[in-house]
Design a protein around this ligand. Structure first.
Ligand code: ZN
Length: 186
């Protein structure tokens, strides 16, 4: 950030009084511009024991497979966001069942929420955001062509929990881009 969005003057990085970390502070009007993590919401849609994945039509990770998910918009709930992203990316309407994973993606300042969701019908299709959408049996999951480590963790947990048919909320923390640093809590 270079300029204040309140008055257009330049901003500087400094620790405001009473605070303990540097912020962007306007040199003219004094407005403190906070920067905080963003929330991504999405679904793990299931139909007939198969999982719906989308092949990305957009960067980053164009051509790789992912669960339908995206940044929340103002004025919607996390469930609304998850349903909307699923409709936009996979052209399918889902019934949300429960919150399944909460992932802190620390190195990019994001929090990802994935909901388990039922697909009432096997109606789905590609969109502007997805080159291809399809249902996968567990043995068909393209583990080497997944777009994100977060998604790999969600799918791994899902197939593990499915053996017991119990899906408690899972907390995952990813601290950098390495693919083996996820810490999974019960
Ligand atoms: Zn200002």
């Amino acid at each position: 950030m270079k300029f204040c969005n309140q008055c257009g003057a330049s901003v500087e990085q400094r620790v405001p009084e009473g605070d303990n970390r540097p912020r962007h502070v306007c040199t003219a009007c004094g407005t403190i511009h906070y920067s905080n993590p963003r929330i991504i919401a999405g679904c793990l849609p299931v139909y007939d024991n198969r999982v719906l994945l989308c092949r990305r039509a957009i960067e980053p990770r164009l051509g790789y497979w992912t669960l339908p998910a995206g940044f929340m918009e103002n004025g919607e709930s996390t469930e609304d966001a998850a349903r909307r992203e699923t409709l936009e990316e996979a052209c399918t309407e889902v019934n949300i069942q429960s919150l399944y994973t909460l992932t802190s993606i620390v190195h990019v300042n994001q929090v990802q929420l994935i909901y388990l969701a039922d697909m009432p019908t096997p109606d789905y299709g590609p969109s502007e955001e997805s080159l291809e959408v399809r249902l996968f049996e567990e043995h068909e999951i393209p583990w080497d062509a997944l777009a994100f480590e977060t998604i790999r963790q969600v799918l791994r947990l899902y197939f593990e929990d499915r053996k017991q048919q119990q899906f408690p909320l899972r907390h995952v923390e990813i601290n950098n881009n390495a693919f083996n640093t996820a810490r999974v809590h019960d």
